[in-house]
Write a protein that binds this ligand. Structure first.
Ligand SMILES: Cc1cn([C@H]2C[C@H](O)[C@@H](COP(=O)(O)OP(=O)(O)OP(=O)(O)O)O2)c(=O)[nH]c1=O
Length: 206
């Protein structure tokens, strides 16, 4: 006899367990770690969506659009599954800082942030296609104040931290004492995703 789950435990051709398994549409190791630490069952399918860069948009709006683009591409390929996409941007004086293209740009970003307070926005899109479609997007903004930096401090910081895959060219989770004076808001939002709120909302949508 073929061993298969009963029909009542099947959702659109998937077993209930598979349907309940969320997809994190991200290549970010930080997002993956935060979801894993929260103890949820999920699969990682990085998104190949092209991110939008539009300085005329509000910080939160651009972040939300990018989170949606990332989630939608993966959701289209996995109908029936709840897909989580996320985007993080840093902003100061109306200028948005994404991931730096090279070390020179990274250094320029840190100088811009030196001794000042900036915003970090992380947006999350929860998207499902198929029979029970869902599209919900939200964002959280936290504030980070940098110490006054110097060339020596930046050299020391970049000996320990690779800035090239991080918005704003720094990582709050690494060698924080070298560059950061103060954090106001949700720490996980700065690392890349407001994970508690994401999972609360996701649970209601499964
Ligand atoms: C501000 C900040 C950002 N980051 C990271 C989180 C994100 O991985 C990255 C922002 O770039 P994103 O474009 O949001 O994400 P990503 O390209 O790393 O991953 P994906 O699009 O596949 O989801 O910066 C930190 O790790 N620490 C920080 O303190």
């Amino acid at each position: 006899m073929i061993d298969r789950p009963p029909i009542c435990a099947m959702v659109g051709g998937m077993s209930e367990n598979e349907a309940q398994r969320m997809i994190l549409a991200s290549g970010s190791p930080r997002r993956r770690e935060m979801m894993a630490e929260a103890g949820v069952d999920f699969e990682v399918v990085p998104s190949d969506a092209d991110e939008l860069h539009d300085d005329s948009m509000d910080l939160f709006a651009l972040c939300e659009v990018n989170a949606e683009l990332k989630a939608k591409v993966v959701a289209e390929r996995h109908p029936g599954r709840l897909v989580i996409g996320s985007d993080t941007l840093v902003a100061i004086d109306g200028v948005k800082l994404a991931k730096p293209a090279d070390m020179e740009e990274a250094r320029r970003m840190l100088w811009r942030l030196s001794g000042r307070t900036h915003e970090v926005c992380s947006a999350v899109a929860l998207v499902r296609t198929g029979e029970r479609p869902v599209s919900e997007t939200f964002h959280v903004i936290s504030k980070v104040t940098f110490k006054e930096l110097s060339d020596e401090v930046i050299d020391a910081y970049y000996r320990e931290v690779d800035p090239l895959d991080k918005a704003g060219a720094y990582a709050v989770q690494q060698c924080r004492e070298l560059i950061i004076e103060k954090i106001d808001g949700d720490y996980h939002t700065i690392v890349g995703m407001p994970v508690a709120e994401t999972l609360e909302r996701a649970k209601l949508l499964l």
